[in-house]
Design a protein around this ligand. Structure first.
Ligand code: ATP
Length: 877
């Protein structure tokens, strides 16, 4: 029993153990499944939160990106809107009152939008403000509602901006203010003095409306005439000034309108804008129409059609004193007329498009009512006379004319020769200078500071005389009677029209000397025959007696049919023509009928003297110049020409066997002529081929001798004996010796050796004698022998005597024959003193002047000629 029990127990135990084992296993499995599930759960949780974080990150990145793009786009848009606003309301249309000044529109400028205040908006980086703009001229009527005081402030601002962005006279105001009788806009009253503003009394509304309706009918009928839809379109199409002013009618009415008034007002609303009639209304409701801009104002703010729902913070009204000041100056300017054309306005749209075959025409300014006035030159009128007292603007007029012509006619069509006898450099700007390398391509010659050098004037006339002859010959060859025909027959030829301007020409004619006689003869010839050969003279003078001198020469004055008189000019126009006496400053009378009353054109002249404006034009023309265009010859009477390098020995001693040449030429100075050629003295093997330099100006005498010696040395083998008998000339003589390839020096104690050395040996031998008169009587005999016999043996004396008297003493005293001196250069020696050396009885007409010398070579000259001694060493040593 006991064992059975035990067995049972054992079995039970066994089973229990097994069951427990199973349970444990199940538990363990469950545990592991649970922990697996938990792990998975954790994984999922982790993945979820990673996912959330990533999503958040992506969302943030996307948000930042959107914000960035938004702000960039907003900034661009803001900029665009701001620049658009600035463009639509530039200058006085949009400037805040604190900085406000009127801005003149350009010739084809269109009316702008007008600022009434600002709208603020959030640009992302804080609050920004944009101008709130409304249309008026050419675009809209303005209908204000709301608080009258604020509305009147807006109206003042709009009117001031509209007036300030247009030309004086382009806007006419009518104000109907029955309550305040014009007091609301009283600050504009000065405009009434110029007829730009009228106040209408309480009973005058019907008449005003009728008048506006009539105006609209008239504009439609006679101005637009079915061809244009509006005055704005007409102005744009013609690119000219406005044909009709804008009429801006301000109606400050709180009363009811009668039926007919309302009907008229509605007509104006519908049709006014196209005809330049605009209503600015407060207290009335205008009939709905696309051209009506509504502005509702309240407490310093407004809403209007252009800005939609945005609230406009209104600008304070313009200060009344600013309005009154502007109105006064506008009325004043209108009385003075429109501003004159500027120098730039004389320029054509395209440069160098005109042909000068049949003449020249170029504007020099505008008339008081607008259009530019052209001045003709050609077959008729062929030549011009300009007159006006000092300071009246002759130089300025000449600049304007030259600029205007130069912009139209290329160098193939036009050539200028310009000469100014005034002290000053007015024509220097046309030639290259140290600060500006440009030049006016049409200028062939410019003479400045010529007041002392009438010879240069004569040289220019001679040059033109030669040109005239050349043209006349060509015309004969081609059987042409005028320039246009010659150009047609000879299309390959270079036949520009020539305009020669001589300012203060009377200087050339002053004096009863041979120069004046020749100048008059040349002028007469040029004036008479230049017409058909395309050579035109423009003579200017401030001097009545100079002009009167012309009147005495009927052959000359009769050709100057174009007369230009500046204010207070006398004797330029006909005696019965008093226009020049009454024209204001900076105006001119242009008369192409020899000054006859009735042929006057009054021209307002632009300021053409302004260097910057000139430079702009000149640079433009200079950059367009043809490749073969050379700079003009500039003659400056104040400049001293240097001995050109070509006339200096290159350094080597020429071999004795080199070509000597039959008559080497000594260069003495620059001739006063158009080509700036050197004055040469031929030293052939003939009696008298010696040179005497006469006068006491040591520096210039030394320069003449040095230039002669150096130029001779540059031409071939030669010997030089330099005798210096004046201590003041020693440095110059020493400099010369240093530069000459072969030279011997003789001082006062060496004169015996000098004369001994002058033995002929076939090679040219030049005795350069500085202050030869100091040699003294004991050497006179030998000197005379060299002077007499030397040249035939190629020995020539180039000597400096300090007076004619001393030269004469050296040659044998009173009654001595001076024919061994074949050529002389006189410095500070008076004309009569030269009579023994001159073919003219009484000596030449010569008044010594600085750096000028009179040169006479018996073998070539009929009359002595003026030369400019070259500067040989710039330090004058
Ligand atoms: N149209 C103009 N607009 C503005 N300024 C002008 C005008 N014309 C001349 N002027 C000025 O007036 C002054 C005198 O002019 P300009 O030198 O042309 O006179 P001018 O008659 O040649 O005098 P002068 O004979 O004494 O040389 C200059 O300062 C010049 O700039």
């Amino acid at each position: 029993m006991g064992s059975h029990r035990n067995t049972l127990v054992a079995v039970v135990r066994q089973e229990l153990a097994e069951a427990r084992g199973t349970a444990r296993a199940v538990l363990a499995a469950a545990e592991s499944a649970r922990s697996e599930a938990l792990r998975r759960k954790q994984l999922i949780r982790d993945a979820y939160s990673t996912c959330l974080a990533q999503l958040a990150e992506a969302r943030e990145a996307a948000r930042q990106d959107i914000l960035r793009r938004t702000s960039t786009e907003a900034a661009t848009l803001t900029r665009n809107v701001e620049s658009l606003a600035a463009l639509c309301a530039s200058g006085s249309a949009g400037t805040p009152w604190r900085y406000w000044t009127p801005t003149e529109p350009d010739r084809v400028g269109r009316p702008r939008l007008l600022r009434i205040g600002t709208v603020s908006y959030d640009a992302g980086d804080g609050d920004r403000r944009l101008p709130a703009l409304v249309p008026l001229l050419d675009h809209a009527h303005v209908n204000l509602v709301g608080d009258p005081e604020t509305a009147d402030g807006v109206i003042s601002g709009l009117l001031l901006r509209a007036l300030g962005t247009t030309r004086p006279g382009d806007v006419r105001l009518t104000v109907y203010d029955p309550e305040q009788l014009g007091g609301t806009l009283a600050a504009f009253a000065p405009l009434g003095n110029a007829g730009l503003l009228s106040f209408v009394g309480p009973g005058g509304l019907s008449a005003v409306l009728d008048d506006l309706v009539e105006q609209i009918c008239r504009v439609n009928e006679t101005v637009l005439a079915g061809e244009y839809a509006s005055l704005a379109e007409l102005t744009a199409a013609t690119a000219g000034p406005r044909r009709e002013p804008w009429r801006v009618v301000v109606l400050l009415a709180d009363a009811e309108l009668t039926g007919s008034q309302r009907a008229q007002l509605d007509r104006i609303v519908r049709t006014g804008v196209a005809c330049g009639v605009h209503l600015v209304v407060r207290g009335l409701e205008l009939a709905p129409h696309p051209t009506v801009e509504h502005i509702a104002v309240r407490d310093g703010t407004a809403t209007c059609d252009t800005t939609g729902e945005l609230t406009v913070t209104l600008d304070a009204p313009p200060p009344p004193d600013r309005i009154a000041g502007f109105a006064r100056s506008t009325a004043e300017r209108l009385r003075e007329g429109p501003p004159p054309a500027s120098f730039a306005d004389l320029e054509p749209d395209k440069l160098w498009t005109e042909s000068s075959a049949h003449g020249l025409a170029a504007p020099i300014g505008d008339s008081t009512d607008g259009p530019l006035i052209c001045v003709p030159l050609g077959d008729d009128p062929p030549h011009a006379l300009i007159g006006g007292p000092s300071g009246s603007g002759k130089t300025n007029l000449i600049y304007a004319w030259i600029g205007s012509l130069a912009a139209r006619y290329s160098p193939a069509e036009l050539a200028f020769y310009l000469l100014d006898f005034k002290e000053g450099v007015s024509f220097a700007r046309f030639a290259p200078g140290p600060r500006d390398p440009s030049w006016l391509p049409q200028v062939r010659l410019a003479g400045i500071n010529v007041n002392g050098d009438r010879e240069f004037g004569l040289a220019m006339l001679r040059h033109l005389g030669e040109e005239l002859r050349a043209r006349a010959q060509a015309a004969k060859r081609y059987e042409a009677s005028k320039l246009a025909e010659l150009r047609a027959e000879d299309p390959g030829g270079h036949w520009p029209r020539i305009v020669a301007v001589i300012d203060e020409f009377q200087v050339l004619l002053a004096g009863r000397d041979a120069l004046a006689d020749e100048a008059v003869t040349l002028l007469e010839d040029l004036a008479r025959r230049g017409r058909s050969q395309g050579i035109h003279l423009v003579l200017a003078s401030q001097d009545v007696s100079g002009i009167e001198a012309l009147w005495g020469r009927s052959g000359l004055i009769g050709q100057f049919t174009l007369r230009i008189a500046l204010p207070k000019a006398r004797r330029v126009l006909a005696d019965t023509n008093l226009a020049a006496a009454v024209i204001p400053r900076f105006h001119a009378v242009v008369n192409a009928d020899s000054g006859a009353a009735g042929a006057n054109h009054i021209v307002r002249l632009p300021d053409a003297g302004d260097r910057a404006a000139w430079r702009t034009l000149q640079h433009k023309l200079w950059h367009s110049r043809p490749d073969d265009c050379v700079p003009p010859r500039l003659f400056d009477g104040d400049a001293v020409p240097r001995l050109p390098e070509a006339y200096r020995p290159a350094g080597r001693v020429p071999r004795v066997t080199s070509d000597i040449g039959s008559s080497p030429g000594a260069v003495l100075g620059e001739r006063i002529d158009v080509a700036a050629r050197p004055a040469r003295l031929r030293l052939g093997r003939m009696p008298g081929r010696n040179l005497a330099v006469l006068g006491t100006r040591t520096g210039e005498a030394c320069d003449v001798l040095a230039a002669a010696a150096l130029s001779l040395a540059a031409q071939g083998p030669a010997r030089f004996s330099v005798a210096c008998l004046d201590p003041g000339a020693e440095r110059a003589a020493a400099r010369l010796i240093a530069e000459l390839p072969q030279a011997d020096w003789y001082g006062p104690a060496d004169l015996d050796q000098l004369f001994a050395a002058l033995e002929p040996d076939g090679i040219p031998h030049y005795l350069l004698g500085y202050a030869l008169d100091a040699a003294g009587p004991s050497y006179r005999e030998r000197l005379r022998a060299v002077l007499t016999d030397g040249p035939e043996d190629r020995t020539h004396v180039l000597g400096w005597w300090r007076s004619v008297q001393r030269l004469r003493d050296d040659l044998g005293g009173i009654g001595a024959r001076l024919d061994t001196i074949g050529a002389w250069v006189a410095l500070d020696v008076q004309g009569p003193e030269l009579s023994p050396l001159s073919p003219q009885p009484g000596g030449p007409v010569w008044y010594p002047r600085r750096r000028r010398a009179l040169f006479f070579d018996r073998s070539v000259h009929r009359h002595p000629e003026v030369i400019i001694p070259y500067e040989v060493n710039s330090d004058h040593t």
